[in-house]
Design a binder for this molecule. Structure first.
Ligand SMILES: *Cc1c(COP(=O)(O)O)cnc(C)c1O
Length: 380
């Protein structure tokens, strides 16, 4: 398989931009022309379109996905010392905001196949102090939300879905009802970091809820706790999606389904090409969720992960390790976490995971080359 002329990247944001260049440039120019850089009309317009897309009753844009998680927890009225369950294998943001708010992150293990938190784990790590759980829909597919909601209901827990990686994924309930990931729990959050499935050209984020109490509260907190300018009802923060980013997102949202379809097709192509290699496990697709393939993450067995990564790098193929350390291994978190159960899968996954290039631009020629090199590494 010949090496493609084009440099292989994890996410080709420039190639994606070129296809929608005139629309994006026009939207940016319009914002500059209006000089409404903060809370311009594009912010409300994008929020409205995202509301229609997700079906959430409230969409509250904010500055980034980490802020979205923090504001979500602030809105729930938790008290210092209250416990919040998070997966041990995930991006750090959820555990971080729990710590910032002087709450206690309780670590639960993830499922080895889907990389996601499960209802069983939540139930095993509970204590009387546990008030909330943050299921993270890792790599592009939803956690088993129906089972998680059942546990949450039994134990009076708030559910905050971290949907930074699975925007657009559709969850199917047992009765056939469907709902978008991120709109199922009490609050959902997302990130518009450039490389996310719906990414802007800087930082951005949003919160989702169907609750008439939480919707206005989230909005209040994101805006200095003020209902009316200079009248502050609660302690809040300054977390806004800026108008330029909203304008860009409003253009890109129209293509999100198309982007997800491209990622999905690319994933199926990898599945086929990589099937049957011993020592390598391709991603599993859960029956309850569509997969929007934010990442295409392999598990490389027998301690060969780093060797494979180096071999691919030497052949011009970038890969990433999401994530090289579990939360319990992070220096910052050691003093504040409670380890709820043995974290065997998390401890194993940090040594096995390897994410391949996947995005809205990848073509089969590039994938053939990547697949060929992986097969070569494993001896054909
Ligand atoms: C990206 C990400 C975040 C944080 O989003 P930012 O916009 O970078 O603050 C939170 N959780 C997960 C799972 C993420 O992937």
């Amino acid at each position: 398989m010949a090496k493609p002329d084009k440099k292989i990247v994890m996410t080709d944001l420039y190639g994606q931009y070129l296809k929608i260049r005139s629309e994006v440039d026009g939207a940016i120019q319009e914002v500059i022309g209006s000089t409404a850089f903060i809370q311009g009309k594009q912010v409300a317009s994008f929020a409205e379109h995202l509301k229609n897309f997700t079906g959430a009753r409230y969409v509250i844009p904010c500055a980034n996905g980490t802020d979205a998680l923090q504001i979500a927890l602030m809105a729930l009225g938790l008290q210092p010392g209250d416990e919040v369950i998070v997966p041990a294998f995930t991006y750090v943001a959820a555990a971080e905001v729990i710590g910032l708010l002087r709450l206690v992150p309780v670590l639960a293990d993830v499922d080895y196949n889907t990389f996601n938190l499960t209802a069983g784990s939540i139930e095993r790590v509970l204590s009387p102090k546990t008030k909330a759980v943050i299921p993270v829909h890792l790599f592009g597919q939803s956690c088993q939300m129906e089972e998680i909601l059942e546990v949450a209901q039994r134990h009076n827990l708030f559910v905050v879905e971290d949907n930074a990686q699975a925007i657009g994924a559709v969850y199917t309930f047992r009765d056939g009802r469907t709902q978008q990931a991120g709109t199922i729990g009490n609050i959902g959050t997302t990130s518009f970091f450039p490389s996310k499935n719906l990414g802007c050209y800087g930082d951005g984020g949003a919160m989702f809820t169907n609750s008439d109490e939480l919707g206005p509260m989230l909005k209040l907190i994101a805006s200095h706790g003020q209902e009316k300018k200079y009248y502050h009802k609660v302690i809040g923060c300054n977390s806004r999606l800026d108008t330029l980013q909203a304008a860009i997102l409003d253009v890109k949202l129209k293509y999100l389904d198309e982007y997800a379809a491209h990622r999905y097709r690319a994933a199926q192509y990898y599945h086929q090409g990589l099937a049957g290699i011993g020592g390598l496990i391709i991603p599993a697709e859960a029956p309850w969720s569509t997969h929007v393939y934010h990442q295409y993450t392999l598990k490389i067995l027998n301690g060969k992960r780093d060797q494979l990564k180096d071999f691919l790098a030497a052949n011009g193929i970038p890969t990433m390790i999401y994530y090289p350390r579990a939360i319990q291994e992070q220096e910052a978190f050691a003093p504040i976490i409670r380890i709820g159960e043995p974290l065997e899968n998390a401890n194993r996954l940090v040594r096995e995971v390897l994410s391949l290039p996947i995005d809205t631009e990848i073509d089969t020629e590039t994938q053939d080359y990547i697949i060929g090199k992986i097969r070569e590494f494993f001896g054909g």
